[in-house]
Design a protein around this ligand. Structure first.
Ligand code: ADP
Ligand code: ADP
Ligand code: MG
Length: 242
């Protein structure tokens, strides 16, 4: 398996590192992912997992906490969306069970679109926070609680959590995903760390797992993950031809 990793420029460290998967069919045979979810990847013309997907899928499907970096364009979005959607399976009236934090509105919207496509046959409800003042009526205690996945920028979410904690219940979150986490770190010394701890603390359930993704590696980020995540799996995919 070392060979398989080095062939695809995958560096992985952590305990009990599962073997990378190289074929979509292994998602179904080895990890019991529903064929209909896997078929959404095929429908988009994908023929094989990208290197980051090869290693992240088996890790997240085993519920491991993750810090991962891979170059821009290497398929990180599907790397976290597929196992996240697999775990949620079907709608439950528990409020949000997965949260994806993206640094910009554009990215959040892009992730929302990709997530909506993958969720098409699951009945799972995906939401994007747009207008802060609509949040209470949409997601608050009086609403129908029919939503499973929340995609948002950190500013908006933290603003809402600070304004009134009960507006959005994050206590049933099972996956907290932070995308482009290196860019969030850039936003100033106080910025990201403070925002992330507010979000992290609001995701207060016992089942919560966290996974952070970025294009570049950073020591700051690694330190934060080492201190705050349990049994961290650290995965890095190098650029091709190096
Ligand atoms: P990143 O977040 O790493 O920058 P994206 O998740 O935005 O990359 O994916 C980049 C492009 O690759 C997207 O157009 C996406 O649809 C496509 N893609 C993702 N996974 C695969 C795959 N397994 N095979 C082919 N294309 C893929
Ligand atoms: P982002 O795109 O990261 O959500 P924006 O520049 O769109 O950031 O601004 C969102 C921020 O503006 C919120 O985090 C909050 O601090 C502030 N904000 C947004 N809506 C309101 C509002 N209705 N009342 C007060 N502050 C608001
Ligand atoms: Mg991305």
């Amino acid at each position: 398996m070392k060979q398989l990793r080095s062939k695809h420029n995958i560096n992985a460290s952590g305990t009990d590192m599962p073997d990378p998967i190289t074929d979509f069919s292994q998602l179904v045979t080895e990890y019991k992912v529903h064929e209909r979810l896997v078929s959404k990847l095929l429908q988009q013309g994908y023929t094989e997992p990208t290197p980051i997907q090869m290693q992240i899928w088996p890790l997240m499907l085993r519920g491991r906490e993750i810090l991962a970096s891979a170059p821009t364009g290497s398929g990180k979005t599907a790397a976290f969306l597929l196992p996240m959607i697999h775990q949620l399976k079907s709608p439950r009236a528990l409020g949000f069970r997965a949260l994806v934090v993206s640094p910009t509105r554009e990215l959040a919207e892009q992730t929302y679109r990709e997530c909506s496509v993958l969720c098409e046959d699951t009945g799972l409800k995906v939401h994007l926070i747009d207008k802060v003042d609509k949040v209470i009526s949409k997601f608050g205690p009086g609403s129908s609680q029919k939503f499973d996945i929340l995609i948002t920028t950190p500013n908006r979410l933290v603003f809402i959590l600070m304004a009134e904690e009960t507006m959005i219940n994050l206590s049933n979150i099972e996956w907290l995903i932070v995308d482009e986490c290196d860019r969030l770190f850039e936003g100033g010394k106080r910025g990201f760390k403070g925002q992330l701890s507010t979000i992290y603390m609001a995701c207060s359930g016992l089942k919560v797992k966290r996974a952070l993704f970025s294009a570049t590696q950073s020591q700051n980020l690694h330190n934060w993950c080492r201190d705050n995540l349990s049994d961290l799996a650290h995965v890095n995919v190098g650029p091709r031809n190096t």
